[in-house]
Design a protein around this ligand. Structure first.
Ligand code: MG
Ligand code: MG
Length: 250
């Protein structure tokens, strides 16, 4: 069942989303050559806790940290580590969740570390573009498949691989609620979108093939061809006035 949120609940989701946005701002400012993903985790956790929120990911399914930090060919769910030191030319996908007064904000972003190649710049640019294409479809009386189709069209136009095993999801007092959102067409139009539906839209696109697999650590997902992957995510509400991005940054 898809749980539609009241205006008051959306206010709380937005408050959680604003904390996620602040945490991303801090991450963006901190990311540089020589920083470990463990240090980045601490920086983000600090911002979340200083704002009286809880890092949603910590302990979720046993996940050991506050952020997912996925470098280069890592797609999602990378575990922060003192041994992972950022280098010039890397990209890092940082996924952040914060729970505030029981409501969750969820947003991921891929950041460059110094100069990156033109191919990788385009991967970031078009994955972000696919996110906004998906967001633009978050209006009443569209179907969920319209969001998926918009993401797929941008990915296909730029010949990027689409990760199929993971996708977007409803967000509320739980990080993962119904519905599941595919990042490509399935041929099923899915539920009708109505005001109060809140979904984390999160395309994961690859410079190479679609295929991914999970490492033996039980978490980290990597591309099968070891080519870089990008991940952009916002938590978004359908409203009568159009899509409302709850994790928006300045
Ligand atoms: Mg996320
Ligand atoms: Mg998510």
């Amino acid at each position: 069942m898809i749980n539609r949120k009241s205006k008051y609940e959306i206010k709380l989701l937005k408050a959680a989303g604003e904390i996620v946005a602040l945490a991303h701002q801090a991450a963006k400012e901190a990311i540089k050559e020589g920083l470990s993903t463990w240090e980045l985790d601490k920086i983000v956790e600090d911002v979340i806790r200083k704002n009286k929120a809880i890092p949603t990911f910590k302990g979720y399914g046993g996940f050991p940290a506050s952020i997912c930090a996925s470098v280069n060919e890592q797609v999602v769910h990378g575990i922060p580590s003192k041994d992972v030191i950022l280098k010039k030319g890397d990209i890092i996908s940082v996924d952040i969740g914060a729970t505030y007064h029981n409501f969750v904000g969820d947003s991921a972003w891929t950041y460059p570390v110094g100069e990156i190649t033109e191919d990788v710049q385009n991967l970031l640019k078009y994955t972000e573009e696919s996110l906004y294409a998906g967001i633009s479809q978050m209006v009443p009386n569209n179907h969920l498949e319209d969001v998926s189709a918009a993401i797929e069209d941008v990915a296909k136009a730029h010949k990027l691989g689409i990760v199929r095993e993971y996708g977007g999801h409803g967000v509320g007092t739980e990080m993962h609620e119904e519905p599941f959102l595919f990042n490509y067409r399935t041929g099923n139009q899915g539920p009708l979108l109505k005001s109060g539906i809140v979904i984390a839209i999160e395309p994961m696109l690859n410079l190479g093939c679609d295929e991914v697999y999970q490492l033996n650590d039980g978490w980290t997902v990597v591309t099968a061809d070891k080519k870089p992957s990008a991940h952009f995510e916002h938590t978004v509400a359908v409203t009568d006035d159009g899509p409302l991005i709850l994790t928006k940054r300045d």
